[in-house]
Ligand binder design. Structure first.
Ligand code: ADP
Ligand code: MG
Length: 618
């Protein structure tokens, strides 16, 4: 049973800190949690009732910031001070977005370099990370206001196609907003988690997630198997969404009313009126047959069938993306068990129909398309909090964890797919006499050489008292807690010298990166085994050379000239093979050196014992 604390001064229940799920969208953002009582995922709403926070930021004259609905009216009255679609700029350089620069009404610095873009508002410059952090701060404050508790930990979703720098940027935005981002989750994976929430953990399904938002479209094919959610492929268009439908309607009415493009361009308030009216009509037509309204005092109308004709080309494009996604996943459309609809624009009946027609089966639209990603993020957050044990993937380490040993080898302490929390330890020792410190490098990955894996951390254990090589007992302990956070502890057992660090194993690793690392490991397994054997042989050879050289220099008085010479020769031979030889050649050279030096060593030993015996009085 969980214990519940009561805060004596306020009388309120002391809640366990909540980890929130955040859908940081191009158009709208929202925040969700697992309800502490009924354990169901819910989005957080103010009393006014709307969970969606438009991803729009307005800067006032004194750079005071407003975010969300308040900022919307400024989109056209103060376009240069009002930032929208910042998500599209995350992790991008000006060169990346050059072609689409006219899309933005605010000033993007075009220094034409590969450095990350900056946005200029008045005399100030902002990075997309800072701008996104303003949205996240607003969401955090909202959540704190609604939950009446501080919110410092979050899971944030990103599109599956986001690369490392975009994910890193999102994570940094969270940090700037005062959030500890426990994990970055792919939007389609989050959507499938929300879908899979009620499912038994032993189901196997292949699903397509069709996400049509305000500015972007993407489709992903995922497999859910034994509680493991895996993205098989993803496809889409980063400039296709509900905004384009609004534009198409505006163009249609411009023709109806004989309004020229120039007139709209020069009259911003008229242009805003057109755009807002178009969006209103579009939404209205999701449930009604005909929209009637007024623009410039004139009657306008739009029927559902006219609207469908306008958006047909866009929907065709999304279907083409679906075909490509299936192709990449190596699957047929009839192999999809479920089609999950995500994003506000999938409310449009025509979109649903076309998607159903393509896949040849009814779509799954029981979930609220605006909320499903945020709800999935909340489920993921709950899993990270250790409250939900149904989904296996999220309770295991996706990649092996280990440390670097001699010759750059990966020594695995916790193999991949280990259930967490877990711990493992192993003992190591020093290579050199009197060595006072060792460097411990922590790696993640499946390859035998650390250079092919990902380095997570490096730290050193120092102040080891002087001891001959091989004598210190250094115990390395890996501990992963249920948040997926790795602690590494190194302790020299004879002296008690100790050092601990915390590492986040999944930091910045995308699902695709994990997948790629696994794939590489399988493809290279054979080569890796050979490399490992060679590295091990070389390491062994070097140690034997060291020991023998040491032995000769210590005992050169006892050994004959000739003995020293043959040993020296065998050493030189072995040294040459360390550089150029293969594993077998090195092994036989080691054996040869051993067979030469062992009798000498035995003789030296006998003499030493003899001397010791002589000195002793019996
Ligand atoms: P994003 O993921 O890009 O942040 P959303 O999923 O919130 O975007 O979708 C926003 C888009 O959905 C907007 O273009 C909006 O006009 C559209 N939309 C919202 N509700 C409806 C509706 N009932 N009918 C048609 N389109 C809608
Ligand atoms: Mg979205």
């Amino acid at each position: 049973m969980a214990k519940i604390g009561i805060n004596i001064s306020t009388g309120s229940l002391q809640q366990k800190e909540m980890i929130v799920g955040i859908d940081l969208g191009t158009t709208n953002s929202l925040i969700a949690i697992i309800h502490p009582q009924d354990r169901n995922p819910v989005v957080l709403k103010e009393f006014s009732g709307n969970a969606l926070v438009p991803s729009v930021i307005h800067f006032g004259n004194a750079h005071q910031i407003s975010v969300g609905d308040e900022a919307i009216p400024f989109l056209l009255t103060e376009p240069q001070n009002t930032i929208f679609s910042v998500k599209r700029l995350m992790g991008k350089s000006y060169r990346d977005i050059q072609e689409k620069a006219s899309f933005y009404t605010y000033k993007i610095i075009d220094d034409n370099s590969d450095s990350l873009v900056k946005i200029q508002v008045g005399e100030k410059f902002y990075s997309p990370i800072e701008l996104s952090s303003f949205i996240l701060k607003e969401l955090k404050q909202r959540a704190e206001h609604i939950l009446k508790t501080s919110v410092t930990k979050a899971v944030i979703t990103v599109p599956a196609y986001f690369n490392d720098s975009q994910r890193q940027a999102t994570r940094d935005a969270g940090k700037l907003a005062g959030l500890d981002v426990l994990r970055i989750v792919n939007e389609p994976t989050a959507a499938s988690l929300a879908y899979g929430f009620g499912l038994k953990s032993d189901v196997n399904k292949t699903i397509a997630v069709y996400d049509l938002g305000g500015g972007t479209f993407d489709v992903s094919i995922l497999s859910i198997s034994g509680g493991i959610f895996e993205v098989l492929s993803t496809n889409g268009d980063t400039y296709l969404g509900g905004d384009d439908f609004d534009h198409a309607i505006v163009n249609y009415w411009m023709q109806q009313l004989n309004v020229s493009a120039d007139e709209l361009k020069n009259n911003k308030s008229l242009s805003q009126e057109f755009r807002l009216k178009a969006e209103e009509a579009k939404k209205y037509l999701s449930t009604q047959e005909v929209f009637d309204g007024k623009l410039k005092e004139l009657n306008i109308s739009l029927s559902k069938s006219e609207f469908e004709k306008l958006i047909h080309p866009f929907i065709e494009k999304t279907i083409a993306s679906c075909k490509n996604a299936l192709l990449d996943a190596g699957m047929e459309k009839n192999e999809m068990d479920e089609i999950i609809m995500v994003g506000g624009s999938t409310r449009i009946p025509f979109v649903k129909n076309q998607v159903e027609k393509f896949f040849g089966k009814p779509i799954h639209d029981n979930l609220n398309p605006d909320e499903v990603v945020a709800l999935g993020a909340a489920i993921q957050a709950d899993i990270l909090a250790g409250n939900n044990k149904d989904f296996l993937l999220l309770d295991i380490t996706p990649l092996s964890l280990g440390i670097e040993t001699m010759g750059g080898l990966m020594d695995v302490l916790i193999p991949r797919n280990s259930k967490i929390p877990t711990k493992a330890s192993r003992q190591y020792t020093t290579q050199k006499d009197g060595q006072s410190g060792i460097i411990i490098s922590v790696f993640q990955g499946e390859r035998d050489l650390v250079k092919d894996n990902r380095k997570l951390a490096e730290f050193s254990l120092t102040n080891i008292p002087a001891m001959p090589a091989g004598l210190p007992k250094i115990e390395i302990l890996f501990l992963i807690n249920s948040d997926g956070i790795l602690n590494v502890n190194a302790k020299e057992l004879r002296s008690g010298v100790e050092q601990t660090i915390e590492v986040k194993p999944q930091y910045g690793l995308t699902d695709e990166a994990v997948e790629k690392m696994l794939k590489d490991a399988i493809e290279n397994a054979k080569e890796d085994i050979q490399t490992r054997a060679l590295v091990e042989a070389k390491t062994e050879a070097r140690q034997i050379v060291d020991v023998t050289v040491n032995f000769i220099s210590k005992n050169n008085k006892i050994l004959s000239e000739e003995e020293i010479q043959v040993t020296q020769q065998a050493i030189t031979e072995l040294e040459k093979l360390i550089e150029t030889g293969n594993k077998d050649e090195i092994h036989s050279a080691i054996e040869k050196l051993n067979s030469i030096s062992t009798p000498f060593a035995e003789r030296v030993m006998d003499e030493a014992i003899g001397k010791a015996m002589k000195g002793k009085k019996v």
